[in-house]
Ligand binder design. Structure first.
Ligand SMILES: [Zn+2]
Ligand SMILES: [Zn+2]
Length: 362
C-alpha cells in the first residue's frame, strides 16, 4: 500500500473506512464539513479513493472541470521601492487577466480597502493584503513574503539566519498570514542555503522562481535547494512571483512568473486554504488544465499542446525518475521515491513547477 502526503503526512489506518487523515486543525475542520456529504454521495467501496483525491485537490469536489485562479503575490509600489502607485499596479494585473494580486512593499502594509472598492469584481478579481518583511542577519538580507496579513509585521531579527527566518515566519502567521521565503538563492544578495532552510523549521513556502531568476550559476538553483530540503523529509512548497518593481516589457519583471491556485471559489478564505495546503502550482507560462493525484499516480493535462513539452518527474536527492514528452504526462508511484514532484519545461523556455507529493509504502 502506498500512502501520500502533502502539507503533513496523510496516514492510512483502520478507523474510518480503512483511511484517515491527519493534518492541521483548520484542515481537519474542512474535512469534517464534507465527510457527511461524501459518505452519502459515493459508494462506500469508493470512499477511500475519493477522499484522497478530494483531500489533495479540493477543486474536484463539485466540478468535473478544475478551476484555477491566476495570482501574483509579490510586487512593489511607490510605498517602497516600486515605480508606480498601488492603483496603477492593481489595474495592470486586472487588465492582464489575473484573478488576484498582492502588493508586498518592504516593511509597509499597503492599504487595500480603497483598492478593493475600486477593483474587486465578484468571481473575477480580488486584492489581498501583503508586505515583504525585509530583515537581515549580519549583512545577509532575509526577505519574507507576508500574504493575507491582518496588520503590519515589523522585522523580528534573530541570533542566526534560521532564527531570524523563524521569528519572522511566526510573526507573519500570528498576523493571519502565509509566510514565504523570498528569492533565497542570490537575487538582491539574498543567499539562503538548504541547510539554513532545514534549520528554519517554520518555513513552509519559498520562491522557486522570482521573475525570470532561478539561480544556478555560482549558487545552487532553487530546484536544487528544493530537492535538498525535500530529501530530508521536510515539506516545502514552491511559489513563483514576478517581484515587479517596474511595469514595462523591457524590465522583464511584471507578468514573468505567477501562481495558479485551484480553489472552489475566488474569495480570501478559499484562496488562503488552497495555498496553505499546496493546491497550486508555480509557473512562468506553462498552464495546466487538469491535475489528478491518487495513491497510484500523478496525471497532468497541459493546456499548451504541441509546444515542445518535457515533464521531469523528480524524486529523492533530485533524481529524475521519468521524462515524459507528451501533453498528458503521468507518473506511476513505486512507493520507493520518498517524494515526487514535477517540473514541466516548454521549448520557449517557460516552466511550471508542481508541488511535491510524499510517497511511502507500508
Ligand atoms: Zn525581496
Ligand atoms: Zn520584493
Amino acid at each position: 500500500m502506498i500512502r501520500l502526503a502533502t502539507t503533513t503526512r496523510l496516514r492510512t489506518s483502520s478507523n474510518f473506512c480503512n483511511f484517515s487523515i491527519y493534518r492541521n486543525k483548520s484542515r481537519a475542520k474542512y474535512f469534517e464539513t464534507f465527510k457527511y456529504l461524501l459518505v452519502n454521495v459515493y459508494a462506500i467501496n469508493l470512499l477511500r479513493f475519493v477522499i484522497l483525491i478530494l483531500y489533495v485537490l479540493p477543486g474536484n469536489l463539485h466540478a468535473q472541470e478544475q478551476v484555477w485562479y491566476k495570482g501574483n503575490i509579490h510586487a512593489h509600489s511607490i510605498n517602497s521601492d516600486g515605480a508606480l502607485s498601488p492603483e496603477t499596479i492593481v489595474r495592470w494585473y486586472k487588465e492582464h487577466r489575473y484573478n488576484f494580486c498582492v502588493i508586498s512593499d518592504h516593511n509597509f502594509l499597503t492599504e487595500t480597502a480603497t483598492l478593493k472598492s475600486l477593483f474587486d469584481a465578484d468571481g473575477k478579481f480580488m486584492i489581498f493584503p501583503g508586505e515583504e518583511v525585509t530583515d537581515k542577519f549580519g549583512t545577509k538580507p532575509i526577505h519574507l513574503g507576508a500574504v493575507f496579513i491582518s496588520k503590519l509585521v515589523s522585522p523580528r531579527r534573530g541570533a542566526s539566519v534560521a532564527e531570524t527566518i523563524n521569528n519572522n515566519v511566526n510573526a507573519i502567521q500570528n498576523s493571519s498570514g502565509i509566510a514565504i521565503l523570498n528569492h533565497p538563492n542570490g537575487l538582491f544578495h539574498v543567499s539562503i542555503t538548504a541547510a539554513e532552510i532545514l534549520e528554519a523549521n517554520r518555513v513552509q513556502f519559498f520562491e522557486v522562481c522570482c521573475a525570470d531568476f532561478k539561480g544556478g550559476s555560482s549558487r545552487p538553483s532553487t530546484d536544487q535547494i528544493w530537492d535538498s530540503v525535500l530529501s530530508k523529509g521536510r515539506i516545502l512548497y514552491g511559489v513563483a512571483s514576478d517581484d515587479a518593481h517596474l511595469f514595462n516589457d523591457d524590465a522583464r519583471q511584471s507578468g514573468t512568473a505567477w501562481i495558479m491556485v485551484m480553489a472552489k471559489q475566488l474569495n480570501g478564505n478559499d484562496i488562503y486554504e488552497s495555498i496553505q495546503h499546496g493546491n497550486f502550482y508555480a509557473t512562468t507560462g506553462v498552464e495546466i488544465k487538469k491535475l489528478m493525484i491518487d495513491e497510484k499516480q500523478i496525471r497532468i493535462t497541459v493546456v499548451n499542446k504541441d509546444q515542445g513539452l518535457k515533464t521531469f518527474f523528480i524524486g529523492n536527492e533530485g533524481k529524475v525518475l521519468k521524462v515524459d514528452e507528451s501533453d498528458e504526462p503521468f507518473y506511476v508511484f513505486t512507493g520507493n521515491e520518498k517524494y515526487v514532484r514535477a517540473r514541466i519545461e516548454r521549448s520557449d523556455g517557460a516552466y511550471a513547477w508542481l508541488q511535491p507529493v510524499f510517497v511511502e509504502r507500508r
